[in-house]
Design a protein around this ligand. Structure first.
Ligand code: NAD
Ligand code: ZN
Length: 361
């Protein structure tokens, strides 16, 4: 029988600090080993004309691949990138480094897994389907909030569903947390991604799965989010450092709990309407006062302070079939609803109630 308590896989090595990105070369050289295998850097193409591009420590036998995340990661893209990595390295590369937001980091996690596991990444969407350990992989966030830097999942849209590659092997071997790298992230993206952390933690704290491990990290993350998003006078450099740690704590919190109604509704929005994760969460959360009254009020204050205007009427032009699909996707997220409402959630969260909530978004 499986143990009662989750035996958490966590990132074994991390470096935190302003300028820490400069240590990446040294970190990789010890990871390469004596034979000096080649590393594949998957870098978000938003940095093509940015100073960061010239600081990526691409060595003689390494390769840099620009990745595009205009749409959030898909299994077909992961499969293409895996082939590209193999052919660039003329075999299996020694490691993969993902530099970017949650999307680029999830691409790096997925490619590292697929380098050592046969078939398509779509075959592994689910829980613990991955058989072989991943290639060495490193995460370098340039946006903070998703917690992807510490989580055991890589979220992918596949031919049938949007579902992560959830496994202990998904966890990064190393992360480099350098607050300088998120300095130029523009609003509203910075805000939406930061709110992903805030929502994760509100959902965890209000959830039925909560334990003290998760509460400790959630409370700290929420406190940091308040300092970052409610204090009008906060220095941006200080805020970036706090936001990076909030994301880390939020990710650690979710490792031992679960998200809830906001993420369940947001999945429906992104599946049918293609809304990005951060924006979809914000649109959903704003209508979930009946689940998270204090959180929603605080979120609205944060939006006010940062001058964020949410899209409205996003579900207005949906056909019946699309609306039904959205409801179906959302209500298929059993663990999220169970965390939110307990084991008998189906009696409370009916398709009619979901329709009513969606129609307000
Ligand atoms: P993102 O990675 O999707 O990036 C959003 C946009 O910001 C992109 O256009 C990107 O190019 C740009 N960008 C990234 N860094 C930037 C910077 N420093 N300056 C300017 N622009 C920058 O955004 P995200 O919110 O970090 O990640 C969302 C993704 O993460 C979704 O695909 C979601 O499914 C996934 N996710 C994963 C987990 C996990 O645990 N693995 C958790 C939550 C969300
Ligand atoms: Zn999220």
């Amino acid at each position: 029988m499986a143990g009662t308590f989750r035996n958490l896989a966590v990132v074994p090595r991390m470096v935190f600090g302003r300028g820490a990105f400069g240590q990446l070369e040294e970190i990789l050289s010890s990871a390469r080993g004596e034979t000096g295998g080649s590393m594949i850097f998957l870098v978000d193409d938003v940095f093509k004309d940015h100073a960061l591009a010239s600081r990526v420590p691409v060595g003689k036998s390494d390769h840099r691949v620009w990745v595009n995340v205009d749409v959030e990661p898909k299994t077909v893209y992961v499969d293409e990138l895996t082939q590209q990595a193999r052919s660039l390295a003329d075999g299996t590369p020694a490691g993969v480094i993902g530099i970017g937001g949650g999307s680029a980091m999830d691409l790096a996690k997925s490619v590292a897994l697929m380098l050592n596991n046969p078939g398509s990444s779509a075959d592994y969407q689910g829980w613990d389907l991955i058989r072989e350990p991943a290639a060495y992989h490193v995460g370098v966030p340039t946006l903070s909030g998703t917690g992807a830097e510490v989580s055991r999942t890589a979220v992918l849209s596949g031919p049938v569903r949007k579902l992560g590659l959830n496994s202990d092997y998904t966890v990064f071997d190393q992360i480099v947390l350098d607050p300088d790298l998120i300095a130029d992230a523009p609003d509203p993206q910075r805000f939406y991604t930061g709110m992903d952390c805030y929502f994760h933690c509100v959902e965890a704290i209000c959830g039925t799965f909560l334990n003290e491990f998760s509460r400790a990290y959630s409370e700290k993350a929420i406190e940091l989010c308040r300092e970052v998003f409610l204090e009008k006078e906060i220095d941006r450099r200080e805020a970036d450092e706090k936001l990076m740690m909030a994301s880390y704590c939020g990710g650690m919190s979710i490792a031992y709990s679960q998200v809830g109604a906001c993420h369940a509704m947001s999945y429906g929005l992104s599946f049918v309407l293609g809304l990005r994760h951060g924006e979809g969460n914000a649109v959903a959360f704003n209508q979930l006062e009946e689940f998270y009254p204090e959180g929603v009020r605080e979120f609205r204050r944060m939006m006010d302070i940062h001058g964020i205007e949410l899209p409205t009427g996003v579900t207005r032009d949906l056909t019946d079939a699309q609306m039904n699909k959205m409801i179906e996707v959302s209500l298929s997220m059993d663990p999220l609803w169970e965390n939110c409402l307990g084991p008998n959630w189906k009696s409370e969260m009916t398709p009619e109630r979901a329709r009513e909530l969606y129609s307000r978004m």
